[in-house]
Design a protein around this ligand. Structure first.
Ligand code: BLA
Length: 249
């Protein structure tokens, strides 16, 4: 169901100079224990971004997922990009979240980077319902203008791919802002905040149980620690930590 969006995303990344990066062995693809699903991931590095990860989980009519996070270079304070699209077929339930994930909750920062997302909020009221977050705190690493829809597919009016394309375009245009004005947040602080984002996400992410049920405990723990959240604290994968340190500006 999300394949056209996945292709659009990977095509966009490649078109902007994305170079595929190695994924720890065994994590790039995994078949579900019951044979009824497959998870695949891609990792990119591209100008302006130190890491851009993409994950697609296809479990047929039971579950469809497209998840992606973009981490700008530490010299760039612009928000991270977060996408989490889920379709639970049996319950006919959609959870669609797309946000410019702010490093800080600050008016000047919002004024600088969020005009585009504010426009999308008005253009796509289907994704503007004030959803209640159960796991996350909406005031930490989420923006007040996030596109969020939880409910039946009919609630999106078939606009998910249109909203997705517009969201991506709008996120790319942040690079123009970043190129023309300097960061107010120092690189060391951007690094600290990006790592805190991962820590926060790894602690709150409601996906742990879902991964374990599809792919088993051992694989899921590796996937979370080595691929989704490599800088988070319970991380046991030292080589990844060293890799990140060596990119320090
Ligand atoms: C919710 N995301 C969820 C849920 C699951 C996942 C199972 C709960 C569904 C529900 O609320 O009914 C699944 N999360 C995943 C998967 C991955 C993952 C499969 O990270 C990894 C492959 N989540 C993100 C990103 C954003 C995000 C980048 O990973 C930002 C846009 C948001 N997901 C997000 C939000 C919710 C959610 C806001 C609702 C959670 C809540 O109610 O607090």
């Amino acid at each position: 169901m999300f394949d056209p969006l996945l292709e659009e995303l990977n095509r966009n990344i490649k078109g902007r100079g994305g170079k595929p990066q190695p994924i720890p062995i065994g994590l790039e693809k995994c078949l579900a224990i019951n044979g009824e699903g497959v998870i695949r991931s891609w990792l990119w590095k591209l100008p302006g971004f130190r890491r851009w990860r993409v994950t697609r989980l296809d479990a047929g009519r039971n579950l469809q997922v497209l998840n992606s996070v973009a981490y700008p270079e530490y010299i760039n304070e612009q928000p991270l990009m977060g996408i989490d699209l889920l379709w639970f077929g049996k319950a006919s339930k959609l959870v669609a979240v797309m946000d410019f994930q702010p490093l800080i909750q600050d008016k000047a920062y919002f004024d600088k980077y969020f005009d585009g997302l504010k426009l999308l909020r008005n253009r796509f009221p289907e994704f503007s319902n004030q959803e209640i977050m159960r796991s996350f705190d909406p005031h930490q690493y989420f923006s007040p203008w996030l596109l969020f829809c939880r409910g039946g597919i009919e609630q999106t009016n078939g606009l998910i791919s249109e909203a997705f394309s517009a969201f991506l375009d709008s996120y790319w245009s942040l690079q123009e802002i970043s190129n023309t004005s300097s960061s107010k947040i120092r690189p060391g602080e951007v690094k600290r905040l990006q790592i805190a984002y991962e820590q926060y996400s790894s602690e709150r992410d409601p996906a742990h149980h879902l991964f374990t049920s599809y792919f088993g405990k051992q694989w899921s723990e590796r996937f979370l620690q080595e691929f989704l959240f490599p800088t988070s604290k319970n991380n046991k994968s030292l080589p990844q930590m060293n890799l990140i340190k060596s990119h320090e500006p």
